[in-house]
Ligand binder design. Structure first.
Ligand code: XMP
Length: 326
């Protein structure tokens, strides 16, 4: 698209002018907004940008490898991969309350990011993938200078603490424009059209206490479900069910139910599959996935993930249910 091409040229010039020779840090989450911001800023200033990817151990299967391959591997950007899984899990031990879990994850995230950021002594700017709807949501549209921090990145207060200025090159763009920009910058469609993933990650998809072994089972079940959504097309539209849903994932239920496998009785955990269709995430309908897709996802999960012997499909809409289970 030529308009987006022009936009890139302009945005690159603006970023260069804004930061000059300074160094910039950016928290890369693997989500669309921070990925597009990283690709754009990297195009503008190359090695003056350092991305910090905080891996809290509650990411999806292969997430860290995907992010590192894309940004360090293909784009040759400077990326620090901070493997903080053990630290996060340690602080979550014994914690079952959903809001308490969110708080802990948010607090640890700030701490880890801050430690990384302050070790980059040259950094003068903190870049964020804030987009126009985030600006409006927090009332910042009127006051252009308001220091909006995207809440789910949980880095509120960081620029002040670190003495950094904010760089938000996507502030004027809507989500569809951000996606288009990502494509023009060479990011793959799978990355640009990804479902949203909550900041606390699997931390709120493992009900109750978060344990490493639960996260391991959930990651594998979730990955199978996503594979099936990506590989099953709707005949009427020709689109995949991944593209026909707004968000889809597996949830780990820390209860056990009885099953049989061969001659044995099993007593293992349950996974719920959730897939919703929505435009604004404020209301959402459960997705009418084809029976064949559900059947295949269920039998693959039960056969391939030892420790799960039952799969259920969530048929609740929002409201009164929420999209996530916690
Ligand atoms: P609910 O469950 O409230 O979710 O219907 C609405 C949307 O918000 C996402 N969500 C979160 N995102 N941090 C985030 O970054 C959170 O703590 C959080 N909780 C929910 C959810 O994935 C859905 O897209």
């Amino acid at each position: 698209d030529w308009r987006m091409g022009d936009y890139v040229t302009e945005a690159v010039a603006r970023i260069r002018e804004q930061v000059g020779q300074d160094h910039v840090i950016l928290g890369l989450s693997g989500g669309v907004d921070s990925s597009v911001a990283a690709a754009l800023i990297h195009k503008a200033i190359g090695d003056q940008l350092t991305c910090v990817f905080v891996d809290h151990g509650l990411l999806r299967l292969n997430e860290a490898a995907l992010v590192m391959d894309m940004f360090a591997g293909r784009l040759h950007a400077k990326v620090r991969h901070v493997d903080a899984g053990a630290q996060f899990l340690g602080h979550l031990t014994g914690v079952t309350d959903p809001e308490a879990k969110r708080k802990i994850i948010g607090r640890e995230f700030v701490e880890v990011f801050q430690a990384e950021a302050s070790s980059l002594v040259d950094a003068r700017w903190l870049a964020q993938g804030t987009i126009y709807p985030d600006v409006v949501e927090s009332g910042g549209a009127k006051t252009k200078k308001s220091k909006t921090i995207k809440s789910h990145h949980n880095v509120g207060g960081l620029p002040e603490t670190l003495g950094l200025s904010l760089l938000e090159p996507l502030r004027e763009l809507f989500k569809d424009e951000v996606r288009e920009l990502g494509l023009v910058l060479g990011l793959p469609p799978e990355m640009v059209y990804r479902h949203p993933f909550p900041g606390p990650g699997l931390g709120v998809r493992i009900l109750g206490e978060v344990k490493a072994e639960y996260a391991e089972l959930l990651r594998r079940a979730d990955d199978i479900f996503i594979q099936e959504l990506r590989s099953t097309r709707d005949e009427a539209t020709g689109k995949t069910w991944y593209d026909l849903t707004s968000q889809a994932f597996a949830v780990f239920l820390p209860v056990r139910s009885v099953g049989v496998m061969g001659d044995y009785r099993t007593y293992e955990h349950v996974v719920a599959l959730r897939a919703v269709q929505t435009t604004d995430f404020m209301t959402a309908d459960w997705a009418p996935l084809p029976m064949a897709l559900l059947k295949k996802a269920s039998s693959r999960i039960i056969n391939e993930v030892r420790g799960i012997n039952r799969v259920v499909y969530d048929i609740s809409s929002k409201p009164p249910s929420t999209i996530e289970w916690e």
